[in-house]
Design a protein around this ligand. Structure first.
Ligand code: PMP
Length: 415
């Protein structure tokens, strides 16, 4: 298509996977210029947990604008900001007994990760940070240093420093042993290793291929961080905010992180917002105004994000997410059984589920077949061989069923 050739030469950033021009979107559907409707199993890479143009959020934002609410406020206090903070404290932190301070970090997940790195260095006076193979934490220099993907890191032109990379639990060489070996090396001065400022981990590596860590391993990472006086940081940017069937992906795992990075879904329906939850003793290490940013006070994001919190007023919404996650896992399990002997695999928790096809070219062909049949689904993981399914949590049952059927047919026709 001509428009894509133009965009390629001029902005180098268009989506090659879905070569069409979209005009409108509602809940789990996007419509293109020709009037064709697509089911969205991508949901803005985990941003649109509550669907495109979520009605509650749309109405709240329109009312806010009509009342001339403060849209841009930097660090000033506004009622929209206060309502969001109070709502988050009351509905999310309070019931969990989490005494965390909330720090707004700007619009993007990378902003939150950068701030966590900076604060961990300030608190510990140390430079290095531990991150894990197959992790994804962002594209800015600090967050990119933590990101494991070579292709993305190569864009920086020179090696990025100050990261010790350990194997994620499910990766080759991963598990308890790797943590113990690192602990032993730190204790042996002849290794030359210095203790890190922080360990930064995703409980489920979303971009890395939907690799699911166990609570036991995550607790061991936390313990190691404590033992060497480093901070334990959970990046819940993609799998937090209800995605796994509980607000935080680590709920119920007996974990007590020093910092939790949140973004994507917390801003509501694509209205950008990033926030770190920080233990008060660490938060106190920054004086007011020491870490600032122009876009940390986006009024529309506070309004939409406040509406998002109402989904967690009772457990019904999360119970529905867990039930739909099972529907997704069963449908993917059936695809794997149909293709017995091909070595396909299903992974996930709640409404982040994945089909590992073991082959990037095959995953790309299935993605294209899905697109042609009206389903948006995105490959991720090593060599792009994993299809990651992250529909809006609010997806109607009919759309979920139809999307899963399209995927099954696409795999049958392609594999
Ligand atoms: N952390 C995780 C776990 C992510 O999935 C992402 C985005 N895919 C980021 C950080 C970076 O967020 P952003 O693109 O908003 O900077």
């Amino acid at each position: 298509m001509e428009v894509f050739e133009k965009w390629e030469s001029e902005i180098r950033g268009y989506s090659r996977m879905w070569p069409t021009v979209f005009t409108s979107a509602s809940n789990a559907r996007q419509v293109d210029e020709s009037g064709r409707s697509y089911i969205d199993f991508f949901a803005g890479a985990g941003v649109l947990n509550f669907g495109h143009n979520n009605d509650r959020m749309k109405r709240a934002v329109i009312a806010f604008l009509e009342a001339d609410g403060v849209v841009h406020s930097l660090d000033m206090a506004t009622t929209a900001k206060r309502d969001f903070l109070e709502g988050f404290a009351e509905k999310i932190l309070g019931p969990r007994g989490m005494a965390m301070r909330m720090q707004f970090m700007g619009p993007t997940g990378s902003n939150a990760v950068e701030a966590a790195l900076k604060l961990a260095r300030r608190v510990t006076g140390r430079r290095d940070v531990v991150a894990f193979t197959h992790g994804f934490h962002g594209m800015t220099l600090g967050s990119l240093a933590l990101t494991a993907n070579d292709y993305f890191r190569a864009a920086a032109g020179v090696p990025l420093e100050h990261v010790v990379r350990l194997p994620f639990e499910t990766a080759p060489g991963g598990g308890m042993r790797a943590l113990d070996d690192y602990r032993a090396l730190l204790a042996d001065s002849s290794s030359g290793l210095v203790p890190p400022a922080a360990f930064v981990v995703e409980t489920i590596q979303a971009e890395g291929g939907v690799n699911v860590a166990s609570g036991e391993w995550l607790r061991a990472v936390q313990q190691l961080a404590r033992d060497v006086d480093a901070l334990f940081v959970i990046d819940d940017i993609q799998v937090g905010c209800g995605r796994t069937g509980s607000y935080f992906s680590f709920d119920g795992m007996d974990l007590d992180p020093d910092i939790v990075c949140l973004a994507k879904g917390i801003g509501g329906f694509g209205t950008p917002l990033a926030m770190n939850l920080v233990k008060p003793e660490h938060d106190a290490r920054w004086s007011p105004g020491e870490h600032t940013g122009t876009f940390r006070g986006q009024g529309l994001s506070f309004v939409a994000g406040r509406e998002a919190l109402t989904y967690f007023d009772d457990d019904a919404f999360m119970a529905r997410v867990r039930a739909r996650g099972e529907v997704m896992a069963e449908a993917l399990g059936a695809i794997v059984r149909d293709a017995a002997g091909r070595g396909f695999e299903v992974r996930g928790r709640g409404m982040i589920q994945a089909l590992d096809l073991g082959d990037g070219a095959l995953a790309k062909a299935v993605t294209t077949a899905c697109f042609e049949a009206g389903l948006l689904v995105c490959p991720c993981g090593t060599g792009g061989r994993v299809l990651k399914l992250i529909p809006p949590l609010t997806i109607p049952d009919d759309d979920l069923t139809e999307g899963l059927e399209i995927l099954a047919s696409a795999v049958r026709a392609t594999a």
